[in-house]
Design a protein around this ligand. Structure first.
Ligand SMILES: NC(=O)c1ccc[n+]([C@@H]2O[C@H](COP(=O)([O-])OP(=O)(O)OC[C@H]3O[C@@H](n4cnc5c(N)ncnc54)[C@H](O)[C@@H]3O)[C@@H](O)[C@H]2O)c1
Ligand SMILES: O=c1ccn([C@@H]2O[C@H](COP(=O)(O)OP(=O)(O)O[C@H]3O[C@H](CO)[C@H](O)[C@H](O)[C@H]3O)[C@@H](O)[C@H]2O)c(=O)[nH]1
Length: 344
């Protein structure tokens, strides 16, 4: 049987494709390459260029391949952009997920894994690691677009023969430890990606949004999960569904928070470079502190993190960024030497 990975040319999806291939799965990828890259897809995967909202390509994929599970990463992911362009987020993240669920059901496929987000919790006022049963209060169209997709899955699984796992990712970062893929997003807004680009001189300075949050140093606190551990959580979810597991919604994070300044220190330490930090007001839609309680993921899916620790996350991100720089022939010889001297 094969697994369909939508968004498999993107950051997390491309790691998932490698994780599936590593575990002996047959993989089919559907991606329209709006933010992903064809070269990021492992050559062993069968690639279809197209949109998850296109019923014709979905029928073609389901008729040409013996698929028993869909892992749905495709979507629009930039939180501030969702505030400026809400309808495009509802279309791409909610409307097209509805189309994909319908096509999956139509093809008789019973297993569905969905990329959800900690943004569904929003400003719920919880001042401790968040559990899945905590109030849901998305503050942005991005968070709401994902929550509505979770709700569609819940209703569809009640009415039809569909089992699903929705994984609520906290902040995903890091790169494949073998550097076969990594985060290559252009103009990325994610903290760690922006910080490693700054360390490598691709950005002039690092913006810090907000210094007056009620956190240990005034900057926002997040729970960063290594993308390789996240891919393993999906593999566990796939095994769980194939064994007939009941619908499950689970947080993906480590339960440890790092502030923006903690992250910048780790990037400076790992790269051996100091860079300019530009302190700015809070960014719209941001929470003070977002930390996962991942007991459910550990208990139900036997998930065990293997790459937790902010330094490992930052190190693999730096290594990947360096590789991208080399590809683009940028001069980063000083950092190259520094990285070459490190043992990973
Ligand atoms: N990166 C994070 O920290 C994070 C956190 C929580 C949830 N998520 C979710 O994880 C998923 C993957 O995120 P990512 O960081 O890898 O983003 P990404 O932008 O790197 O990957 C998304 C991929 O989907 C493709 N795509 C987008 N819309 C499509 C469509 N309509 N049809 C076909 N392909 C389409 C893009 O070309 C890209 O390859 C998203 O659903 C996102 O909401 C990400
Ligand atoms: O250049 C930057 C980028 C970010 N930040 C700060 O760093 C923290 C993390 O910001 P990110 O943009 O890296 O991530 P978010 O927490 O906003 O959002 C991420 O995690 C969410 C879940 O909590 C969603 O899933 C979303 O897709 C994903 O981008 C925030 O306090 C933000 O203000 C900066 O100070 N400077």
């Amino acid at each position: 049987m094969a697994v369909l990975v939508t968004g498999g040319a993107g950051y997390i999806g491309s790691h998932m494709v490698w994780a599936l291939l590593d575990s002996g799965e047959d993989v089919v990828v559907l991606d329209r390459l709006s933010t992903g890259f064809r070269w990021a897809v492992a050559p062993e995967a069968r690639f279809y260029l197209g949109d998850v909202g296109d019923t014709e390509i979905l029928s073609q994929i389901f008729s040409e391949n013996d698929i028993d599970a869909v892992i749905h990463f495709a979507g629009s992911v930039v939180v501030p952009e969702s505030i400026r362009q809400p309808l495009s987020y509802y279309e791409n993240n909610t409307g097209k997920t509805r189309t994909l669920i319908a096509a999956t059901l139509g093809a008789g496929i019973r297993n569905f894994i969905f990329s959800s987000t900690a943004a569904v919790y929003g400003a719920n006022g919880i001042d401790r690691p968040i559990v899945e049963s905590d109030p849901l209060s998305p503050q942005t169209p991005y968070g709401l677009s994902k929550l509505m997709s979770e709700m569609m899955l819940q209703d569809a699984s009640t009415a039809h023969d569909l089992r699903y796992v929705a994984l609520r990712y906290f902040n995903v970062a890091g790169a494949d430890p073998e550097l076969r893929t990594g985060q290559s997003t252009l103009n990325a807004t994610h903290l760690i990606k922006a910080a490693v680009e700054t360390a490598l001189g691709k950005r002039r300075k690092m913006d810090v949004y907000g210094t007056d949050y009620p956190t240990h140093d005034g900057t926002g606190v997040r729970d960063f999960i290594h993308v390789a551990d996240l891919a393993q959580a999906h593999l566990s979810a796939l095994r769980y569904l194939r064994k007939g597991g009941q619908p499950l919604v689970a947080n993906c994070g480590y339960g440890t928070g790092y502030s923006v300044l903690d992250v910048l220190s780790a990037v400076m330490e790992e790269s051996g470079r100091r860079f300019e930090v530009n302190y700015l007001p809070r960014r719209e839609g941001d929470m003070a502190s977002v930390i996962a309680d991942s007991t459910l993921l550990r208990r139900k899916l036997n998930w065990m993190p293997r790459h937790d620790g902010i330094n490992e996350i930052v190190r693999t991100s730096l290594e990947w960024e360096l590789l991208l720089s080399r590809r683009n022939s940028l001069s980063v010889s000083g950092l190259q030497q520094r990285l070459a001297s490190l043992t990973f």
